[in-house]
Design a protein around this ligand. Sequence first.
Ligand code: SAM
Length: 246
Amino acid sequence: MPVFFIERGALQGKTVSLSGPLARHLKGSLRVRPGEHVWLAEAGGPRYEVRITAADHDRLTGQVLSTLPSPPPPLPRITVGLALIKGDGMDWAIQKATELGAEHIVPLVTARTVVRPKAARASQQARRWQNIALEAAQQSMRWDVPAVAEPTSFDAWCAESAATACRLILWEKPGGRSLGDRLRGTPRPASLALAIGPEGGFEPGEVDLAERRGFEAVSLGARILRSESAVLATLAIAQYEWGELG
Ligand code: SAM
């Protein structure tokens, strides 16, 4: 039962009116016809079972038959601060962070970030990343869609994260405290911020700054992972210890 996210405003009372890419996908790829039922949802809101009542050129209309209220958001509420990395790695990391429950994804500009945000492409890139998050949220049957922020400087993001209950910076320094040891047996926090560096890693001064801002440095062990792999591994471990994975 796939659930498709609809724009706010598509639902008026018990009537749903769909147009644009979703209408084309349902009509074209999925061959949805009047009389058939689909499941729709507004991101973070209830799910609606809808019977399609009309299919025009590029519009579908339906009636809500039943409503499933959304559950409370799972804890911890996770923010991933990921240094900007090259092309496909960033896309892949956003997709995996979404599948593994991140609520916010913040592309970070750090000292060794190779990929620098280009103002002229910022809004197009933001839309593309947000769409990757939406599709991954739909595929993984999430009730919400993570928000992908505009690229943010590392120190500004560390400061903005001050209210987050648990803040961890992934630091591959040999002999560092392992992530598993930090999480195992400790109470699940209400919120968690994870900082992951770029291809060239964090500078020691950045780790010091993060620690002054209340971040704890933790290690994933002796193997050095790619940034995007570190996103997946860190979230999997955090969700295994504190969430609902595994
Ligand atoms: N300094 C690394 C090197 O020597 O090649 C490059 C950084 S690594 C490719 C990218 C990021 O993934 C790091 O900044 C860190 O946040 C995370 N990471 C990768 N392996 C890690 C590990 N074993 N422990 C903690 N973090 C790790």
